[in-house]
Each structure stands twice: as structure tokens, then as C-alpha cells.
Design a protein around this ligand. Structure first.
Ligand code: PBG
Length: 327
């Protein structure tokens, strides 16, 4: 054999744009993207989130407008987070039919009910005075089983207000089963559950806690969210959530956990989504503001990486912009 020519030339298929397009293995579609949105009670103008340039806490009206823009861009889903005016120990605003999230869900389902999937984050941390994702015992521990009843009530309130999908993010044991039972009993047998199955105790949530005003007032979330060191545990969490009736599952955060996304996507037979969280957004925006990164290329590259790893749907604060870029 002569060594004059390489036996194989992978570069042949990279030689021209049309060829590269033809052989691309991964192609993110606008419909794969889910836009997380914050709605704040009691403000008459959107409030910018300082640590997330370009993201705001919406008013009801500005959220409606942004939701229409997302639909026009072809975005597949919206995930609504509420920031209530009044918080208390048990997060009463979370399942109040007159609460800000329920009002917003009614707005969205009236405006856009057939055009996009309307999802509600289901948790207590934005609604509790202490900022934890569940009810507390007198000793200040998060009380798993007492919290489940609250989650069931929130799920029913969200479904009644028009949510198409509820997405529990609190990492309580048994939460999917409790929510399924509550929904079914109330007649919402057709509302799917998107379970934040593997949710890590991550420093990448920092900016979100400004946006949702939900930083824990004491301690942290390590007794309910997962240790970043563990991947096998994520498979167990996913297995449990599916056994309890989850219809779709989510891994969160995404970028630093794409190995977990890949492992989970190989094992399950339901749609796997991943959440490009606030800290991932903030890192790229900060670097791009300094002209240290090509912002649009990085956005598209990260979304492609999520799908290459196995995520079918991606929650991203760039959803509307990315959908336009992908068109
Ligand atoms: C909890 C919740 C959090 C995020 C989504 N749902 C914060 C937390 O667990 O502290 C983080 C999302 C992000 O960082 O973009 N309801």
C-alpha cells in the first residue's frame, strides 16, 4: 500500500455548505424549544432581570405579547413561573385561582390555546416566605409528605386555569404519583406531567433566583436536589418518576450534565427534555457583551449539543430568538 494518499478522507463530506447540510445528524427545530417566562404580580411595566440581560419579569400584558411573539417564531412551548406579591409559609398563592400564575394561564389559553403548549412550573419556592420548595416542619426541615398534598392542589389549580402540561420541579419523593392522583381525581386525566426528574443542586440557578425572587432564606436545597457528583442516581430518579406516571422527563441543568442527558435518553422510551438554565444564559450573555464570544453561534452550538446528547426538547431563555435564527 502506498502511503501517498490517506485511505479515508472525512473532509470530503465537509467540503461545501450544501454537503454539510445534507449530512448533518442533528437539526434543532423551533418546535423543539420551550420558553421559560416570569410573570410578576402588581407591576405595571416589565422589570428587567439584571443578571439575565434581555430577560424580564413580565406584567400580564407584556407576557401575553411575548407569548404571541414566541408563537410567531414557531416556538413549541411556554413554561410559566409566577412571582406573587404576597408570600407565606405554605405558599398559598400557588394554588389560588386568583393567583398571578392562574390568571396568566387563563390569558394564554384564551389567546393561544391551540398554537403552543402551555406549561406551568409546579413548585412552591416562588410562593413561600422561606423560599424552600416545600412546607417546613417546626424544626425547619422540608416536610416531604406534607408538601405532596400542596403539589396536588397546585396541579389541579393550574389545570383548571388552562395549563396543558404541569411540570413539577420540587424534587419531593412521590411527587409525580401524588400529582397524577390529584389530577385524575379532579377529572384531568389527560393533562400530562413533565417531571423534572433529575434536578441537581446547582450553582447555575443563581440568576433565576433573582428572576423568580425565590432564593432560600436559610440553608440550601441540597437535601432535596441531587448531588452534582451522581449520575446513577439520576437514572433511579427517572425510573421512579416514570413508574409514578410521568409522561415526559427533564434533566436540569443541561450543559454541565449532557452526560446525564445522554445516559437517560438511551434508557427511556419517553421524550427527554433538558433545561438550559439561567446561569448558562448569563455566562454567554456576559461573555458576548465583552465581545469574547460570538453570541449567536454559541447559542446555536449549545442547542445543537443538547440535541446531539439526546434531548428532544430544550427549555431556553433564547427560545424566541433561536427559533428565528433556525428558520
Ligand atoms: C424551582 C426552580 C428553579 C429553577 C427552575 N425551577 C430554581 C431552583 O431550584 O432553585 C431554575 C431555572 C434556572 O436557573 O433557569 N422552582
Amino acid at each position: 500500500m502506498s502511503a501517498r494518499f490517506p485511505a479515508a478522507r472525512p473532509r470530503r463530506l465537509r467540503a461545501r455548505p450544501a454537503l454539510r447540510r445534507l449530512v448533518a445528524e442533528t437539526r434543532v427545530r423551533p418546535a423543539d424549544l420551550i420558553l421559560p417566562m416570569f410573570v410578576k404580580e402588581g407591576v405595571d411595566a416589565p422589570v428587567p432581570v439584571e443578571s439575565m440581560p434581555g430577560v424580564v419579569q413580565h406584567t400580564r400584558d407584556s407576557l401575553r405579547k411575548a407569548a404571541h411573539e414566541a408563537v410567531a417564531a414557531g416556538v413549541g412551548g411556554l413554561m410559566v413561573f409566577g412571582v406573587p406579591e404576597v408570600k407565606d409559609e405554605r405558599g398559598s398563592a400557588a394554588d389560588d385561582p386568583a393567583g398571578i400564575v392562574q390568571q396568566t394561564l387563563r390569558d394564554l389559553s384564551a389567546d393561544l390555546g391551540d398554537d403552543i403548549v402551555i406549561m406551568a412550573d409546579l413548585c412552591l419556592d416562588e410562593y413561600t416566605s422561606h423560599g424552600h420548595c416545600g412546607l417546613l416542619t417546626p424544626a425547619g426541615q422540608v416536610d416531604n409528605d406534607a408538601t405532596l398534598e400542596r403539589y396536588g392542589a397546585i396541579a389541579v389549580a393550574q389545570a383548571a386555569a388552562g395549563a396543558h402540561v404541569v411540570a413539577p420541579s420540587g424534587m419531593m419523593d412521590g411527587q409525580v404519583a401524588a400529582i397524577r392522583a390529584a389530577l385524575d381525581t379532579a377529572g384531568y386525566t389527560d393533562i400530562p406531567i413533565l417531571a423534572y426528574a433529575a434536578k441537581y443542586a446547582s450553582a447555575f440557578y443563581g440568576p433565576f433566583r433573582d428572576a423568580a425572587e425565590c432564593a432560600p432564606q436559610f440553608g440550601d436545597r441540597s437535601s432535596y436536589q441531587q448531588d452534582p457528583a451522581n449520575a446513577v442516581e439520576a437514572l433511579r430518579e427517572v425510573e421512579l418518576d416514570l413508574a409514578e406516571g410521568a409522561d415526559m422527563i427533564m434533566i436540569k441543568p443541561g450543559l454541565a450534565y449532557l452526560d446525564v442527558v445522554a445516559k437517560v435518553a438511551e434508557t427511556v422510551r419517553v421524550p427527554v427534555s433538558a433545561y438550559q438554565v439561567s446561569g448558562e444564559y448569563a455566562m454567554v450573555e456576559a461573555a458576548a457583551a465583552n465581545q469574547w464570544l460570538d453570541r449567536e453561534r454559541v447559542i446555536l452550538e449549545t442547542l445543537t449539543a443538547y440535541q446531539r446528547a439526546g434531548a428532544s426538547q430544550i427549555l431556553t431563555y433564547w427560545a424566541t430568538e433561536a427559533a428565528r435564527l433556525l428558520r
